[in-house]
Design a protein around this ligand. Sequence first.
Ligand code: PRP
Ligand code: URA
Length: 210
Amino acid sequence: MTSKLTIVDHPLILHKLTLMRDKGTPSAVFRQLLREISLLLTYEVLRDLPITSRSIETPLEEMEAPILKGKKLVFVSILRAGNGLLDGMLDLVPSARVGHVGLYRDPTTLRAVEYYMKVPDDISERRVIVVDPMLATANSASAAVSRLKEVGATDLRFVCLLAAPEGIEAFSLAHPDVPIYTATCDRGLNDHGYIVPGIGDAGDRMYGTK
Ligand code: PRP
Ligand code: URA
């Protein structure tokens, strides 16, 4: 069994992603583009949110109008770079709860090292959307999802901007029950585990740390 994969290749996303890939794009513009793309990814990942209806009066007449059924959501950002997707998602769903899993990738082993975790107590009752722009080896995303399952999460989806085929395969093996949403799937990984052609180090490009 493999994870269900959705490639959200809307022309607006592809255009903005090209601007992000350009190494000359400054951090402020890079962050803004990521935030804009996150709105479009959120639209797709929440497409099947259940709705109900409520009786309202328009200026002309009464009607039964659709509203969200109140499915409880939690967005979980994999620090640091996940925060670049999180902000736009919260613009669309301000009432969502937020969790954080702090992980960094050891540059030698490429293993994920956890340094922080804080999620809502009732995570087992919520739909959990895990966000990180990059799915490279998938060590980080797989470790984050494993930790979330350990604390009770059962209804999970993973959203990223760029994925490598190797990452999609590894994540699917580890978590076949968790659908993946990505804007694109690039050619592969280089010898340092970076996605190519890619966008470089997402966290560094967001925050100007290199
Ligand atoms: C980046 C990225 C992912 C991870 C992806 O984070 O944001 O979390 O690498 O790589 P993987 O799929 O091979 O695990 P990084 O470790 O650079 O930390 P940062 O977000 O703090 O910069
Ligand atoms: N992490 C990044 O930020 N970029 C990559 O290409 C791979 C992992």
